[in-house]
Design a protein around this ligand. Structure first.
Ligand code: F6P
Length: 541
């Protein structure tokens, strides 16, 4: 693929941007009263209103032309059919196979992976049934009441996000904890009030070599053995989710209690693989399969719908429009659903680890911005903190609002007030309040500008019926494919993460220097050497 900035559609988009970037949403809406219904798309029960974007029908036409010129359709097929599109690691990218129906065939190196996917799912199901029904007992014969997932990155963020998102559907007799940070406080606080005899630890790590996870897992095992003393207890209280059977065995977990996945599942794309074991334990196998069905519906839509009706493509292309033409540095994701409180954090890894790359597929430095920085909080909390800047700051911050028509906890006026707020925010951002309106309200002179809202602040509005396993699957797949769309056009490898390696290597070098009894021979820069010395002399244990 070429440098996207040399494509005819990119050049046409630049010219189009020059023409329309100052056009106000007020004028766009006034010129076309049907805009609020025409610039919308719907698929799999998810409604996307993208009319409050700084676009015209021509923008969508040019953006879809860009997708075509970048061969997006062929690249989607390449992903779905198991081509090794993660070129720097020579791997297929097949998270879509994790939710493919049993009768599908997807081959990697001549091997159909779908039966393997379903075999693991069936194993997970059998295990979850045993734990949830009380057939799986701890070492002392007690029922498992606590589930602790130990993992980091994709082996943590997906499980935590899904647990929080689907808490309403979870077995409330079980307690769930998630340990990720290597900070000893994380493991200490997670285990502080748990009885080891009633606790099951899931060590989730694709590689089973990640220092944070292995350190936390070792501490959790020590905690368990302090309580239960007999080393054979580990077999009843530890299971593993990994691709690395050898390391799992070395840790002391029987591979009979290991749930596998494959190198073609990226960490940040793994919440619907065995990495979702904690999710399945929480919500049960049927709900987990319903979530997979949701993913699948969005996959089918992405694979088949024309780009101008394709939710992930539209979302991805609009993100690119703001990143590369308006030079917006960040985008806010604002779920008006309390259960989605960890969704923005989940999306951060998805988008930033995938598309935060300055080198293209050919290994050349790119001359355009890549990656969208996502951030956000559930509404209405953000309104009383950072929305000020979205409304009146000097930076353009496009927003994705996510709302559901039905609350899972209906209670009097709560839902109407919540939805009124999200609608109001999108409206206020787009249309603002003019000086004339401010003055008409009685504020004159130098005070008036403080109360003016310029408006013209773009947003997408996603709405679905209610948050459930299926709609969560659809939402996650929607963003996965939006990120994919952007990565294809940016001509980068969205599926590697070399940028995390250097820090890991350096940390491994520094650990023994911190632990050394004698003054170590420090060979870092003067700042790092000084900080190491300072830490060594200040630390007490
Ligand atoms: O931070 C890099 C990374 O490799 C992520 O991509 C991944 O999700 C995380 O570390 C955890 O890796 P693992 O599952 O192998 O422990």
């Amino acid at each position: 693929m070429a440098n996207p900035t040399t494509l005819p559609a990119w050049k046409a988009l630049q010219a189009h941007y020059d023409e329309i970037h100052n056009t106000h949403l007020r004028d766009l809406f006034a010129a076309d009263p049907s805009r609020g219904t025409s610039l919308t798309a719907e698929a799999a029960g998810i409604y996307l209103d993208y009319s409050k974007n700084r676009i015209t029908a021509k923008t969508i036409e040019l953006l879809t032309q860009l997708a075509n010129e970048a061969n997006l359709r062929a690249r989607i097929e390449a992903m779905f059919t198991g081509e090794k599109i993660n070129v720097t690691e020579n791997r297929a990218v097949l998270h879509t196979a994790l939710r493919a129906p049993k009768n599908t065939e997807v081959t990697v190196d001549g091997h159909n992976v779908i039966p393997d996917v379903h075999a693991v799912l069936d194993n997970m199901e059998a295990f979850c049934v045993r734990v949830r029904s009380g057939q799986w007992l701890g070492h002392t014969g007690k029922r498992i009441k606590n589930i602790v997932n130990i993992g980091i990155g994709g082996s943590d963020l997906g499980p935590v996000m899904a647990y929080e998102a689907l808490k309403h559907y979870s077995d409330r007799t079980l307690t769930f904890r998630f340990i990720s940070n290597v900070d000893g406080t994380d493991v200490a606080e997670a285990l502080i009030d748990l009885d080891p005899a009633e606790t099951l630890c899931i060590v989730s790590s694709k590689t089973f070599t990640t220092i944070e996870t292995m350190t936390n897992a070792a501490s959790a095992r020590a905690w368990l053995l302090k309580g239960l003393t007999d080393p054979s207890a580990v077999a009843k209280h530890f299971v593993a989710v990994s691709t690395n059977a050898a390391e799992v065995t070395k840790f002391g977990i029987d591979t009979a209690n290991m749930f596998g996945f494959w190198d073609w599942v990226g960490g940040r794309y793994s919440m619907d693989s065995a990495i979702g074991l904690s999710s399945m334990l929480a919500i049960g196998p049927d709900n987990f399969r319903a979530m997979l069905q949701g993913f699948r519906e969005m996959d089918e839509h992405f694979r088949t719908a024309p780009f101008d009706k394709n939710l992930p493509a539209i979302l991805g292309l609009l993100g690119l429009w703001y990143s590369n033409f308006f030079h917006a540095a960040t985008a806010a994701v604002l779920p008006y659903e309390q259960y989605l409180k960890r969704f923005p954090a989940y999306l951060q890894q998805l988008t930033m680890e995938s598309n935060g790359k300055y080198v293209n597929l050919q290994g050349e430095k790119v001359n355009y911005d890549t990656g969208v920085i996502y951030w956000g909080e559930p509404g209405t909390n953000g309104q009383h903190s950072f929305y000020q800047m979205i409304h009146q700051g000097t930076r353009l911050i496009p927003c994705d609002f996510i709302a559901f028509a039905n609350s899972l906890n209906p209670n009097g006026r709560h839902q109407d007030i919540l939805i009124a707020n999200v609608l109001a925010q999108a409206e206020a951002l787009a249309f603002g309040k003019t000086k004339a309106e401010v003055e008409a309200d009685g504020t004159k002179g130098w005070l008036a500008p403080h109360r003016v809202f310029e408006g013209n602040r773009p947003s997408n509005f996603l709405m679905a019926d209610r948050l459930d396993p299926q709609s969560l699957g659809k939402l996650v797949a929607l963003y996965e494919h939006a990120v994919f769309t952007q990565g294809i056009i940016w001509n980068i490898d969205s599926f590697d993460q070399w940028g995390v390696e250097l820090g890991k290597v350096l940390a491994n070098r520094i650990v023994p220097e911190l632990e050394s009894g004698a003054e170590p021979d420090l060979r870092h820069d003067s700042s790092t050497n000084n900080l190491i010395r300072r830490y060594r002399s200040a630390k007490r244990t």
